[in-house]
Ligand binder design. Structure first.
Ligand SMILES: [Zn+2]
Length: 234
């Protein structure tokens, strides 16, 4: 058995001290491992083989740190496709800012515990008017978030079927969730699936979901699946 508790603690470290019970503890992670029938991992979140660098496509997005913008082809393709999608559906919105993916061959990444295997990307949020700053994240109060643009980007990621989870601050999640319901963009049932109750079993077993993490007021953290649809193993 892998040191699952250590992994849970490692995630807790990255996500900061004010987690108030939202990170899975060892027993929960073990339960997930059993429920997935050992389907963890034809790729790993510890190192990166055959990594691809996110190309410079300034009409789609800006790269904050190109040297730390390496990922699996699944992740890189998805970010490029998201940029293309946003420029097509919301042409007046700014190119979004892309923070760290992983280093060239993965492994420890400054300022992160994850981002080691090319399956994680930090992506900026839109301020009112579809605005994002070039090459930096904006620390936004919930009321400042452009809900339509930010949801459109999140929805594109989730609809790809290649996302394990998106991490975001709880206050942003609350507003985005309310927005999708009030606008009829999601049914109650869909909403419950995409935004599972914090700490619930679904929040850890399901893929394609959005959940809270501290220190995610200025960006969303997108974790993708492996190319064959399994979750990145440890
Ligand atoms: Zn991240």
């Amino acid at each position: 058995m892998l040191p699952l508790l250590a992994i849970a603690q490692a995630f807790a470290l990255e996500l900061g001290p004010s987690l108030d019970g939202t990170v899975a503890v060892g027993a929960e992670i073990e339960a997930i491992a059993q429920d997935t029938g050992g389907a963890w991992g034809t790729c790993t979140d510890q190192s990166l083989r055959d990594g691809v660098q996110l190309p410079a496509l300034p009409f789609f997005y800006s790269r904050i740190a190109p040297n730390d913008a390496w990922g699996t082809s699944t992740l890189v393709d998805l970010v490029v496709a998201a940029g293309r999608h946003m420029s097509w559906t919301m042409p007046r919105a700014s190119p979004f800012a892309v923070g760290d993916l992983s280093r060239r061959f993965g492994g420890p990444s400054v300022g992160h515990i994850s981002h080691r295997g090319g399956v994680d990307a930090d992506i900026g949020l839109y301020r009112e008017g579809g605005f994002q700053a070039r090459n930096q994240f904006l620390d936004l109060a919930p009321s400042q978030v452009d809900l339509a643009a930010t949801w459109e980007l999140m929805r594109f990621f989730l609809d790809s079927g290649m996302v394990d989870f998106i991490l975001l601050d709880r206050a942003h999640i609350t507003r985005i969730k309310a927005f999708t319901l009030s606008q009829g963009l999601l049914t109650q049932e869909e909403s419950a699936r995409v935004f599972p109750v914090e700490g619930s079993r679904e929040a850890w077993q399901s893929t394609g979901i959005v959940r809270h993490a501290a220190h995610h007021r200025d960006h969303m953290h997108v974790r993708v699946l492996c190319a064959d649809g399994t979750r990145a193993g440890f």
